[in-house]
Design a protein around this ligand. Structure first.
Ligand SMILES: Cc1cc2nc3c(=O)[nH]c(=O)nc-3n(C[C@H](O)[C@H](O)[C@H](O)COP(=O)(O)OP(=O)(O)OC[C@H]3O[C@@H](n4cnc5c(N)ncnc54)[C@H](O)[C@@H]3O)c2cc1C
Ligand code: SF4
Length: 467
């Protein structure tokens, strides 16, 4: 099928999705497995345009055209090796990156012919290679005597451990949760990312010599002092977990929930890890209103659908084009029956007897200013409207939550609570020379792929520091 006009003869086509009825009830991925022939023909749509904008736009600068070429020639294991040269968790990025804003949005074919399905192909390469026994070849790596502690087994910490292991350094990853992955396991729902994916990656990392010490809360079970003294360097990838409040009347009423505890409790139930800290919230037969327009709110609406909610509505203060999440996820939510109300700002949670009965909101007007990628908005007076609700989920994002021990150990944070890095000699080094950091706790709540990028770069900083 290889020819120069493949992109005209073959349309862009993602993996097939499962039936809507099945999707609305199951906490499993919505895409059917990719067929080899389908992937090869989709990969050969790449024009090899000479100036790969996709590669520039990918935060990891993946060698996209090169691995598309390899997979179109049925050279799976070589493609998997190349994918892993720049990405520590390609099977995850292939599933959860907002590709329409990153690699695929920059593909030369995007406007007129439909972008190459880069994310789906990255996912196929990694899944298939791992299924066929792919492992990184570390036979040339010389083990080094230093040991590094990584606090936080989210994508930033795992990426840091991956690069350190490939350079002969033993990393021990500490996490307070019983499983690795951070938000990949406990935040992002299984219909976007099945939990077995992270468990496969754990085996690969363990095979590379990475050690995991889970159920270990640093600052509670072990002091940071002990960690710092018993390791040659420390990487912090603790994420951001302080929910941004709605700041409207009655936001603590019965029936109002925060997004992350809602999602974590649901995932823990699926994993049979139910805990008192995260009591399960069952929204079956309820009218649910979710406030916010990012990835988290999209995950909440789709979780509520699967729990059997009566009606699920997402309320967002700007228009659809300004939503920060992935357009694919918005489309998936719409297919699954979620009702979207754009250009409305919630101003009050309405209650009866202390229990939520609705959300009062005002219509908004957007103002587009030159130089600003997202429009600002103004509320329109007297445009009040009430949306009935039995349950409201607040999904307005997260702020950093620096710990006490950071200050005690001279780890500087900025006015927003983000760890300050890169002011000193080595990449991603904090104000404490022995401590490095990356991911959401450095850049604020962002993406999996940017957390991976920073974890990898911090590992290079650590290697330089140790050398
Ligand atoms: C609901 C939701 C959906 C999302 N969906 C997407 C998406 O579709 N695509 C996308 O690209 N991004 C998405 N994101 C964002 C993405 O998950 C994060 O940007 C990314 O996980 C950040 O990685 P991290 O390693 O910095 O932190 P985290 O993933 O938060 O990991 C931090 C880890 O540190 C551990 N930890 C914290 N403190 C301690 C301590 N004191 N001791 C021990 N362990 C500790 C935590 O238990 C956790 O495991 C989503 C986020 C949320 C909340
Ligand atoms: S890591 Fe994300 S942005 Fe980069 S190629 Fe893969 S899917 Fe695209």
């Amino acid at each position: 099928m290889n020819n120069d006009f493949q992109f005209i003869e073959i349309n862009r086509h993602l993996a097939d999705k499962k039936d809507i009825q099945q999707r609305q009830t199951e906490f499993v991925e919505i895409y059917r497995p990719n067929q080899k022939q389908h992937i090869e023909s989709q990969a050969s749509r790449c024009l090899d345009c000479g100036n790969p904008y996709c590669e520039w736009k990918c935060p990891l600068h993946n060698y996209i055209p090169n691995w598309l070429q390899l997979i179109s020639e049925n050279r799976l294991m070589e493609a998997a090796d190349l994918v892993h040269q720049t990405n520590s968790l390609p099977e995850v990025c292939g599933r959860v990156c907002p590709q329409d804003r990153l690699c695929e949005g920059a593909c030369t074919l995007n406007d007129d012919f439909g972008a190459v399905t880069i994310g789906n192909i990255e996912r196929y390469i990694t899944d298939s290679a791992i299924e066929q026994g792919w492992k990184p070849d570390l036979s040339d790596v010389h083990r080094r005597p230093e040991n590094v502690a990584i606090i936080g087994a989210g994508p930033a910490g795992l990426a840091c451990a991956d690069v350190l292991a490939r350079n002969g350094i033993t990393a021990t990853v500490y996490d307070k949760y019983p499983e690795i992955g951070g938000l990949l396991t406990y935040g992002i729902p299984a219909f976007k990312l099945e939990k077995s994916i992270i468990q496969h990656r754990r085996k690969i990392l363990e095979g590379m010599g990475v050690k995991f010490q889970l159920n270990t809360h640093i600052g509670v079970d072990i002091s940071f002092d002990d960690i710092a003294h018993s390791h040659d360097a420390v990487f912090l990838g603790l994420g951001t977990y302080k929910a941004i409040a709605a700041n409207i009347p009655n936001e603590n009423a019965q029936g109002v929930y925060q997004a992350l505890p809602y999602l974590i409790a649901n995932t823990k139930k699926i994993l049979n890890q139910s805990s008192e800290e995260y009591p399960f919230i069952d929204l079956q037969n309820q009218n649910v209103v979710v406030l916010g327009g990012g990835d988290t709110s999209m995950d909440c609406v789709r979780t509520a659908v699967r729990q059997g909610a009566n009606k699920v509505t997402l309320l967002y203060r700007r228009d659809e084009a300004s939503m920060p999440g992935s357009a694919n996820e918005v489309a998936n939510a719409k297919e699954e029956g979620v009702n979207f109300i754009f250009n409305h700002q919630p101003i009050e949670i309405q209650v009866n007897d202390g229990k939520v009965v609705g959300v009062e909101c005002l219509q908004t007007h957007l103002e587009f200013e030159e130089g600003n990628s997202r429009p600002s908005f103004k509320m329109i007076e007297d445009s009040n409207q009430c949306i009935e609700a039995d349950a409201v989920i607040v999904a307005f994002g997260f702020q950093p939550n620096p710990t006490d021990w950071m200050k005690q150990h001279n780890i500087e944070v900025d006015i927003q609570g983000r760890v300050v890095v890169n002011r000193h000699e080595f990449t991603y080094q904090t104000s404490n020379p022995k401590v490095f950091s990356g991911g959401d706790m450095v850049r604020g709540a962002d993406l999996v792929v940017t957390a991976i990028d920073e974890g990898r770069k911090a590992a290079i900083g650590i290697l330089d520091f140790l050398t």
